[in-house]
Every structure is written in structure tokens, then in C-alpha cells.
Design a protein around this ligand. Structure first.
Ligand code: S3P
Length: 259
């Protein structure tokens, strides 16, 4: 058991209470057992007054001893400053569509004062067409190849936050590259949470099949063994973007070695 300030203070108070009870017992004994002729005797008064004085002094001491202040959580800025100073590689967010990779990633990067990149956005910019169009015109295999190249370039650049497309980490070549050169974080959430966050499924070609919840459930089962390989796992169900960012900052703070 660790001796925390709260436990130590509890022991201290118990110790004083025990002494107090003992002294009160003595007073009672004096009052009861003192022969009647002594009870009225001037000389016997100090016998009664001494323990009483001790009791009052102890009560005053217990009241005066300050309660331990509750432990304050580290504010985001303090946490971010310490992490940014220790970060020597990029942080890559992996996980299913809707897990918050882009929203949480962008906010965390801003807090850390480092860059943010979204691999899907870079692919769209380079191709000049949407992800849905790339899937339609060139096929998923071509898209995965573009994804690997894009992430390969990003992984070797200076430390930044990188949001990946949901399938990126499920391709061995891409996963190996990220595991070796970056710090990978799996943002985990239930299929129902993912769907509620995605809202409009039009931009996600893999969800164009009538039952997005069933598809997300299947993808979750198929992809979990790949995501498991990430260095850090973070459950984001029920967390706002801010709370997920704070959870991410705390996870990074614990994971990164202290200098
Ligand atoms: C995909 C996820 C999408 C996008 C593409 C394929 C996937 O990215 O890369 O539609 O295979 O899960 P988001 O995870 O950012 O939605």
C-alpha cells in the first residue's frame, strides 16, 4: 500500500483521536474515583485540569491542521509543452472510419504546436479527384498503393500528427513502415459510436452498401487484429473531441520517456 498524503493524514487524525479518548477516560476515572474529600480539595484540581487542557490542545491542533489539497490534473498547455519537448517522431492515428483520427489529430497538433497531416486529404489533392472517385476509377488496390507512398513520405518527415485512412494500417507494408518510424495510436470506438460520428456515409465508398452499421461491425472484427499492433490503444466512446485529445495527451505523456 502506498502512503499517500490522504492516508497519512487519516492515520494522524486516528492517532490523535485515540490519545483524546484515553485522556477523556483518565478525566472520568479521576472524577469517579477521586475520594469525595479530594474532589473539593484545591490541590486535586490540577489533576482534573491537566488532562482536560491536553484534550483542548489536541482538538485545536486537529482543527488547525490543513486538509491535503486535492491533486490538480495537469492543464493541457503544461502537458502539451512537456510532450512536445520529448516527441522525436510523428504520432500516427489509426482506427476505423469515424474514430476521430482527423478531428482529434488536428486539435492535438494545434495544442502541441506541431503540424497536422491527413493522408486521405493529401491523396485527394495529389489525384485531383475524391476518394470515392479513386475507388471507382482506379480501384482499391491503386488507392492502397497511393496511401502507402503518402504515409511513407510523412513518416520520415519531422514530428507531426498524422491521420491515416481507416484501412491503411491493415496493409502490412504500410503498418511495418509506421510501426518502425512513428508512434502509432489506435483510436478505438464501437461500431454504433463510429456510425453516429460519420453521419453522412456518402464520402466513404466502403459504406455504400445499404447497411453501414453491419459493415462497420464486420470491419471492426476483421481489422482489430491489425489495429492491436499499434503502440497505444485509446477508447474514445463517449468522449468529445476535447476529451479525446486530453486522453491522447495523457497517453503520450505516460508513454514518452522523461528526459
Ligand atoms: C477507408 C477509410 C477512409 C478512406 C477510404 C477507405 C477504410 O478514411 O481512406 O474511404 O478502408 O476504412 P477514414 O478512416 O478517414 O474515413
Amino acid at each position: 500500500m502506498m502512503l499517500t498524503p490522504e492516508i497519512a493524514s487519516g492515520f494522524k487524525n486516528k492517532f490523535f483521536m485515540t490519545i483524546l479518548c484515553r485522556q477523556l477516560g483518565k478525566v472520568t476515572r479521576h472524577v469517579i474515583f477521586l475520594p469525595p474529600f479530594l474532589r473539593n480539595c484545591q490541590a486535586a484540581r490540577p489533576l482534573l485540569l491537566f488532562p482536560l487542557t491536553i484534550c483542548i490542545a489536541m482538538l485545536a491542533h486537529m482543527k488547525a491542521s490543513p486538509k491535503p489539497a486535492p491533486r490538480k490534473p495537469k492543464p493541457a498547455a503544461e502537458l502539451a509543452g512537456s510532450i512536445a519537448a520529448r516527441l522525436n517522431r510523428s504520432v500516427v492515428l489509426v482506427g476505423l472510419m469515424g474514430s476521430g483520427k482527423s478531428a482529434v489529430g488536428r486539435r492535438t497538433a494545434k495544442q502541441l504546436g506541431i503540424g497536422f497531416k491527413d493522408s486521405d486529404q493529401l491523396i485527394v489533392k495529389a489525384a485531383g479527384i475524391s476518394i470515392a472517385e479513386i475507388f471507382e476509377l482506379a480501384g482499391e488496390v491503386k488507392f492502397r498503393e497511393m496511401e502507402r507512398k503518402t504515409l511513407g513520405n510523412l513518416a520520415l518527415a519531422s514530428p507531426q500528427i498524422i491521420a491515416t485512412g481507416g484501412g491503411a494500417f491493415c496493409h502490412d507494408a504500410t503498418a511495418d513502415l509506421l510501426l518502425h518510424h512513428t508512434l502509432t495510436i489506435w483510436l478505438k470506438a464501437s461500431p454504433a459510436t463510429l456510425l453516429s460520428r460519420i453521419g453522412n456515409t456518402k464520402t466513404r465508398p466502403l459504406l455504400h452498401n445499404g447497411d453501414p452499421l453491419a459493415t462497420l461491425t464486420r470491419l471492426d472484427e476483421q481489422r482489430a487484429p491489425f489495429y492491436q499492433k499499434a503502440h497505444i490503444h485509446l477508447v474514445t466512446d463517449g468522449l468529445s473531441t476535447y476529451k479525446a485529445m486530453m486522453a491522447l495527451l495523457h497517453a503520450l505523456d505516460s508513454h514518452l520517456p522523461r528526459q
